[in-house]
Design a protein around this ligand. Structure first.
Ligand code: PLP
Length: 387
């Protein structure tokens, strides 16, 4: 079975489980993002911090000059600490607290992506008290279903996110009227792990027709933030280690109709960090069940919850075995039946102590880790650093 290149000898003395980050792959990815986005005039890329807020990863991304997309005050602080400029920080989320809004105003971030009329009024009031004007975009719910898992669609009318079409004109007029906010543009985000470019074409078409209908009523639309959501190939991490950024940015260049000079903001999370992260674990026991064979490993849903909550697929490789493949259910030690990484996986024969690589785990892995069952948070090691 084809395996990724991992420094297995360096892993040997380390306590498992831990996250291993390939910083060279991260840098190649970031260079590719910079290069592909340069083909779209006005493109500004913001990294979605929630995908991975490990300080080493954040610093690397900040050093490329990208902006940051944050969904909490804590993420704004993490981004600033890592070196992201406040002028490149955008702040989204349906439930921004007063403290978070105050903090964001003090730091001088570039944009509040506002999700309701109620939130707009609170931002206006807090900005007034602080003697500031808050730059705002309105997050529109475009009622588009991305072809992805139902827990990660965000752009459907039934989702909690954004302002729906019927209310948009009213909220936009309110934004133009209020004294302490400045209307800057419209924001969209339709979901995650999107591989079908037609979903993004549909988003572009929605944005184009919305701009037209707002213009007819004499309303501005400002600049455009198309959100994130570009998917990666979880099946073949060794062949396809960088997402198709060319196709992605080409789609927006071709289908989004904007007046010259209009900025287009992107908020990419998964596609930037997922491939460079691997969860490394050891086999604790091989257990022969009545109908199935289990590889019980020392990593669990507390380090990587995506399989448990989204039934997400991560390729698993045995790094220390070359024996013929056998079929395993790869499971963790946590007391939940959903603590399963992969069922019926064909993996090189496992023995106690073997090192297992759970691939493409750099996004929504470490950042979603928990301490359930009193388990410690996973440490991280990096390809560049001696360990
Ligand atoms: C989560 C999120 C993103 C990033 O999504 P990815 O699928 O990781 O690219 C971008 N924008 C907003 C508003 C988000 O909530």
């Amino acid at each position: 079975m084809l395996k990724g290149v991992f420094p297995v000898e360096r892993f040997a003395p380390l306590r498992t489980p831990f996250y291993y980050y390939d910083l060279d792959l991260l840098r190649r990815t970031l260079r590719k993002v910079a290069e592909s986005s340069a083909g779209l005039p006005g493109a500004r890329v913001h990294y979605a911090v929630k995908a991975n807020f490990n300080p080493v990863i954040l610093k690397e991304i900040a050093s490329f000059g990208f902006g940051a997309d944050c969904v909490s005050g804590g993420e704004i602080k993490a981004a600033l600490d890592a070196g992201f400029a406040p002028e490149g920080i955008v702040f989204a989320g349906v439930g921004k607290s007063d403290r978070e809004i105050d903090y964001a105003l003090q730091q001088g971030i570039s944009r509040f992506n506002v999700e309701s009329a109620a939130e707009l009024e609170v931002i206006n009031e807090l900005a007034g008290k602080a003697g500031k004007t808050a730059p705002v975009s309105l997050r529109v719910n475009p009622d588009i279903g991305a072809h992805t898992h139902s827990n990660i669609t965000t752009g459907l009318a039934e989702n909690k996110f954004g302002i729906n079409y019927e209310q948009l004109e009213g909220v936009l007029r309110l934004a133009l009227r209020l004294g302490h906010v400045k209307f800057m543009g419209l924001h969209f985000h339709i979901g995650s792990q999107i591989l079908d470019m037609m979903d993004f074409v549909a988003l572009c078409n929605r944005i184009n027709s919305l701009r037209e209908s707002l213009a007819k009523r004499g309303l501005p639309c400002g600049d455009i933030n198309v959100g994130g959501g570009l998917g990666i190939n979880y099946q073949h991490p060794n062949h396809l280690d960088i997402a198709d950024f060319d196709a992605y940015f080409r789609t927006f260049r071709k289908h989004l109709q904007l007046p010259q000079g209009t900025a287009v903001h992107f908020e990419l999370g998964r596609s930037i960090v997922a491939p460079c992260g691997t969860l490394i674990s050891r086999v604790l026991y091989v257990k022969e069940g009545t109908t199935r064979r289990f590889a019980i490993i020392d990593a669990s849903m507390t380090e990587l919850i995506r399989p448990a909550i989204y039934k997400a697929y991560h390729r698993i490789e045995n790094l220390t075995s070359d024996e013929p493949e056998e079929i395993y259910d790869v499971v963790g030690p946590v007391c939940e039946s959903s603590d399963v990484f992969l069922k019926g996986a064909s993996i090189d024969k496992c023995r106690r102590g073997d090192l297992m690589a759970i691939r493409s785990a750099g996004a929504y892995g470490e950042s979603m880790a928990s301490g359930y069952n009193c388990r410690p948070l996973p440490p991280s090691v990096f390809s560049d650093v001696d360990f």
